[in-house]
Ligand binder design. Structure first.
Ligand SMILES: Cc1ncc(COP(=O)(O)O)c(C=O)c1O
Length: 382
């Protein structure tokens, strides 16, 4: 495709009329197998674990939106992160952001370490800590920026320089931002991963993930992981993500507008403390957010005084739903310690700075005045 801008790519990349029928929407190829044209010959597909035409279209769209060499769709964000670490071998070392999605920590601790891969968690917003953590056998540095739920930023370009100087690769979980708000590959990262369950699908009606690589060897490796390990996205889910992508830039604009308004409201509320949102001038990395991101998004978190206060707040909400996950059109609120970070030990949560009163918001695309009124009445009930 010519170098179209993001909103054009979101509608058209991978989403062109079906050559056979002219259908303007990508057909859902619900087939496990394909007729072969002879012995060892086919029309481009032989079995849907290895490749499926609907998945091809989604992967084409994701590759274009991310500016990658190839994209690969998986059954969930966790399957995508599993594919990423499937590139590693016994004896390899990984450096991971301390404040990542707890499911990533669970995967690393419960499964990946069992394969003899060493993992260190460091505050990757601190470049000296990243440099100090690098070892001769470090193969991968995996970061999330902004982080979950404290919205701490890591300087992708600066970390990429350190990582490359040590001969390792940098992967970025870009789930909170989407390709509309942040382009890790342009900033020097090697691989991008997504939970497409969030903003990319955007409607909270499916689970999926993706890996976008920047080099031919990534394509070879991730195609092999799809075929050999089999954690692929179903054709129907691929269709849902393709449909979601068409409105992604539009949705993100409204998420962002609402996110800014909600943060401005919460910032002055007497019951709210430690509000973390990169779009606030008081955020310690506001300048980095301006430089590295194309917007601030709609994820934020804050502290109430206790777990009881958080429980009362969540129970009183009428528009926001008390639920895990993020990035859907509807606004969600979640108690971090018992949802996204329930699988992390209390000590590690304390080390991360996630206390019992912390609540995370995923601000949706409803009317911003209605959202603020909802938060206001729920805070009054605390
Ligand atoms: C930043 C981030 N990465 C990865 C995941 C895992 O994605 P999934 O739930 O699609 O497996 C999540 C899920 O919440 C997430 O928030």
């Amino acid at each position: 495709m010519p170098p179209y801008k993001c909103s054009t790519l979101a509608v058209h990349a991978g989403q062109y009329p079906d050559p056979q029928t002219g259908a303007v929407n990508v057909p859902i190829y619900l087939t496990s197998t394909f007729e072969l044209t002879g012995i060892g010959t086919d029309r481009g597909w032989d079995y849907s674990r290895a490749g499926n035409p609907t998945r091809d279209r989604l992967e084409e769209a994701l590759k274009a939106l991310e500016g990658g060499y190839s994209a690969h769709a998986f059954a969930s964000g966790m399957a995508a992160i599993s594919a990423l670490v499937a590139m590693l071998h016994t004896g390899d070392h990984v450096v991971c952001s301390l404040d990542v999605y707890a499911g990533t920590v669970r995967l690393f601790e419960e499964i990946v370490k069992g394969y003899g891969i060493q993992i260190d968690y460091v505050d990757t917003s601190n470049l000296k800590a990243v440099e100090a953590a690098m070892r001769p056998n470090t193969k991968l540095v995996h970061i999330e920026t902004p982080s979950n739920p404290l919205m701490v930023l890591t300087d992708i370009a600066a970390v990429a320089k350190i990582v490359h100087a040590h001969g390792a690769e940098l992967s970025v979980d870009n789930t909170f931002m989407s390709p509309v708000l942040q382009s890790p590959l342009e900033l020097g990262a090697d691989i991008v991963v997504y939970s497409t369950t969030k903003y990319m699908n955007g409607h909270s009606d499916g689970i999926g993930g993706a890996v976008i690589g920047s080099k031919p060897e990534h394509k070879e490796r991730f195609l092999m992981v799809q075929k050999a390990a089999g954690g692929i996205m179903s054709p129907f889910e691929c269709f849902l993500v393709l449909r979601g992508l068409r409105t992604l830039p539009l949705r993100i604009r409204q998420h962002e507008e609402n996110g800014r308004a909600v943060a401005a409201y919460l910032q002055t509320h007497p019951k709210v403390s430690k509000l973390a949102y990169p779009g606030l001038k008081t955020h310690p990395q506001y300048e980095l957010a301006l430089r590295q991101q194309k917007g601030f998004g709609s994820m934020m978190s804050f502290e109430l005084k206790s777990r009881d206060e958080a429980a009362r707040f969540l129970a009183a909400l009428k528009i926001f739903t008390n639920a895990e996950s993020l990035g859907g059109v509807e606004s969600l609120a979640a108690h971090s310690a018992t949802t996204t970070h329930a699988s992390v030990s209390a000590e590690m949560r304390a080390a991360m700075g996630i206390n019992e009163g912390r609540v995370r918001l995923s601000v949706g695309i409803e009317d911003k005045e209605d959202l603020i009124a909802d938060l206001d009445q729920a805070l009054a009930a605390v």
